[in-house]
Design a protein around this ligand. Sequence first.
Ligand code: C2E
Ligand code: MG
Ligand code: MG
Ligand code: MG
Length: 284
Amino acid sequence: QADIAMYQAKTAGRNTLRFFDPEMQANLATRANLEAALRASITGKKFVLHYQAQIDGQHGIIGAEALLRWRHPEGGMVPPGEFIPLAEDTGLIVPIGQWVLESACEQLADWARDPRKRHLLLAVNVSVRQFRQPDFVASVHQALTRAGAPATQLKLELTESLVLDDIDDSIDKMRTLKELGVGFSMDDFGTGYSSLSYLTRLPLDQLKIDQSFIRNLPDSASDAVVVQTIITLARSLGLSVIAEGVETEAQRSFLARYGCPTYQGYLFSKPIELAAFEALLPLD
Ligand code: C2E
Ligand code: MG
Ligand code: MG
Ligand code: MG
């Protein structure tokens, strides 16, 4: 209860202290219900992964990003934006994130047994609280070995703020995982810190251009410059680059023209259930 009250106080509004506010009281009940429901869902198979295709201009579907969905006890699929912040604040993100990792590794092991699917990469989002766990590296290793999944097909998506929150710990963990074969993509790239010096210190494989820079392409001259700069930066650092939130053919062709050959977005597919994603794969 105390935790939730703190959460409420923090989110009620910056520098605002409110007591006996009926609206806040109602909100508090909702939060508590939500937390209880989330907690019960970890053991109750109420989470599911959806898969959004990642497309390469030459090779078609090269993999997917796993995106978490929560089947709310009272019906409906809840998108992560509505429960991840609370899961972060309460620490529930740690067991939830562990479930995501284990499920993703089981999926990769399944794909590895099928010649038509063993080339697929699976990208998994990692939250800061999960990454900072002292046993994070061991838990990824264990998820891979228990499932029998090839580490080289697993890609972890980290954000700039996650990495920079403790750069030495980040480098340490990334290096160890990289030795196992795990890849790293910098999610939402361009929205975080402008200092780029840290980039050369990280064992990254990919920059993922944030969808906010893609949205107004090709019309926005300033976004076009940012996108071109990120593509050039990736190339200079020897990293691959992917654009997220690609919705139109005009955006795709702009990106292709400036040297970004890999895309994710509604133009190709929304995040969908496993069977629907696998149905997108070519038959031979
Ligand atoms: P993200 O990792 O940046 O994921 C991309 C988000 O953009 C997804 O939202 C996806 O559905 C959406 N998206 C993809 N293509 C398009 C497009 O063409 N247009 C538009 N408008 N949107 C597009 P989603 O699934 O709601 O996820 C939101 C965020 O929640 C993710 O952002 C990620 O930060 C977080 N998240 C999702 N799954 C997990 C997870 O398993 N663990 C953790 N820690 N975070 C997760
Ligand atoms: Mg992501
Ligand atoms: Mg992203
Ligand atoms: Mg994003």
